[in-house]
Design a binder for this molecule. Structure first.
Ligand code: HEM
Length: 229
């Protein structure tokens, strides 16, 4: 990959995506606050939603916490991985969570494509989100299996790249020599960032954490009782 392409893909695009995400999210929040939602479809279909949404959300939230831990506490992660058995435990846990999330995502995708009532309310952007997430998770799993041990090597290369972006002194050269699959994983993250405010993903800013522990909605069916007399 040439320096110019690296500059576009690993610097210009990430900053453009972040700017777009922040500006449009703020505008959407201000101008159309009631659209900041995941627009639940539970009333239309709840069984597949349960088997898709719960594994996907638990898997992905825990994996992203792992990513954040590596970003903010790289020395601790490096120390943890200093003992092989702990490195294996971390990698196997990450992979298991990733497979769990992937299984959930497949159910969600299947539900969107095959359930008539859900298809009727599905927008093209709903499918785009699911497909980009699938690329994100598949490339993560590919890396975890094909380029072991990511939680170890990412501390020296990927973490400094992300910090270089955050500190506004980008170092695209760090990712340049890496395999395509890692580059894809990073780029698809910024694609997710760019489309974030235009999709259901925007519900993330409402930090709906209680939903991980209780049903998304409690829908109570009431039989209508005719008044006597
Ligand atoms: C710039 C942002 C990101 C970077 C730099 C990054 C980096 C990495 C690295 C280095 C690995 C390999 C870890 C290992 O083998 O132990 C990985 C794995 C993974 N990533 Fe990411 N990632 C990013 C964003 C995301 C996002 C947003 C998602 C999901 C929505 C995601 C999902 C995964 C999954 C499912 C795995 C495989 C499970 C694992 O082993 O941890 N990543 N990522």
């Amino acid at each position: 990959m040439s320096d110019t392409v690296a500059m576009i893909v690993f610097v210009a695009f990430p900053y453009a995506a972040l700017t777009l995400a922040i500006v449009v999210t703020v505008l959407r929040w201000k101008l159309a606050p009631f659209t900041v939602s995941s627009i639940s479809s539970q009333l239309l279909e709840s069984r597949k939603l349960f088997w898709g949404s719960i594994p996907f959300h638990w898997g992905i939230v825990l994996i992203l916490l792992g990513h954040l831990a590596t970003l903010f506490f790289p020395a601790t992660v490096a120390w943890w991985n200093g003992v092989p058995i702990r490195l294996y435990a971390l990698e196997i846990t990450g992979l298991a969570l990733a497979l769990w999330a992937a299984a959930g995502l497949l159910v969600l995708l299947y539900r969107r494509l095959t359930t008539a009532r859900i298809r009727a309310v599905t927008t093209p952007m709903d499918l785009v989100v699911l497909i980009v997430l699938a690329v994100q998770i598949a490339s993560g799993i590919w890396m975890a299996v094909g380029y072991r041990f990511g939680s170890f090597w990412s501390v020296g290369v990927v973490v400094p790249y992300v910090w270089s972006l955050l500190k506004l002194s980008p170092r695209p050269e760090l990712l340049q020599p890496f395999p395509f699959i890692l580059q894809l994983h990073v780029v698809s993250f910024f694609v997710l960032v760019a489309i974030f405010p235009f999709t259901r993903l925007v519900h993330l800013i409402t930090l709906p954490l209680p939903y991980l522990a209780r049903p998304w909605q409690r829908v109570v069916r009431m039989r209508h009782i005719e008044p006597v007399g």
